[in-house]
Design a protein around this ligand. Structure first.
Ligand SMILES: [Zn+2]
Length: 231
């Protein structure tokens, strides 16, 4: 086998390894929790905080209503108990009970307001929880697919690395070093296939003599990009 043929085999393996490495890096990025999931969690927490706040408010307001009713009962007991004989005092007490009742009505409105806010909040929480579950399920599914792909890539890269080492062992250190330099210079592609008298790396049209020499045993570089031509 000519050196250029061996180099072409090595190049094919290295190109596959490059693809695997790039995909691996992509997967690492894709494995970060998506923004939409974080947002869904924030929205759920906010909705839950709203519900718990209004639950407390409703409780406090209901307690205020109970207290107010108790106060009215006590005042009415005095008013109708027959112990107060002074009409002015009676009127004053009557007015006081009326005022307490007006305030009770206001307190009851506030309870109703809290109940409505709570109901609204509970609906919003349900919606937010459903959205979060949907996001979580989608993410779990995507994550496990990515994990599987990552494991496959690790296995594949290990296999390719083994083949690469075996191929590299067939080449001299000097040629290997030049190959690595060319790969670094030309975004991973050191060996370019000749396609219809054109360089497969840079696309330059090649002189007939160059094409002919590339079919021989020597390593012939592309006169334009410098990659080794595989004829
Ligand atoms: Zn070229």
């Amino acid at each position: 086998m000519r050196i250029i043929d061996q180099l072409a085999v090595l190049q094919a393996i290295d190109s596959e390894l490059d693809v695997a490495r790039r995909r691996y890096a992509e997967i690492q990025t894709e494995l970060r929790e998506p923004e939409s999931l974080k947002q869904a969690r924030v929205a759920r927490d906010k909705a839950a905080a709203y519900v718990s706040e209004w639950r407390k408010i409703r409780q406090t307001r209901e307690a205020a209503v109970v207290e107010q009713r108790q106060r009215i009962r006590e005042q009415e007991k005095i008013l109708y108990g027959g112990r107060i004989k002074d009409p002015r005092e009676q009127i004053a007490l009557q007015n006081n009970v009326e005022a307490l009742k007006r305030h009770l009505s206001k307190l009851e409105d506030e309870v109703l307001e809290a109940m409505l806010a709570l109901e609204e909040g509970e609906d919003a929480l349900k919606t937010a929880e459903a959205a979060l579950t949907k996001e979580e399920n989608a993410w779990m599914e995507k994550k496990s697919a990515l994990e599987r792909e990552r494991q496959d890539l690790i296995g594949r890269a290990r296999m390719l690395k083994g083949r690469r080492d075996a191929e590299a062992a067939k080449l001299s250190d000097n040629v290997l070093q030049q190959y690595e330099t060319l790969r670094k210079r030309h975004s991973g592609l050191a060996v370019a296939k000749i396609r219809h008298a054109h360089c497969g790396g840079c696309g330059a049209s090649l002189p007939t003599a160059t094409v002919q020499r590339a079919h021989g045993d020597e390593l012939i570089p592309c006169p334009v990009c410098g990659r080794w031509l595989h004829g």
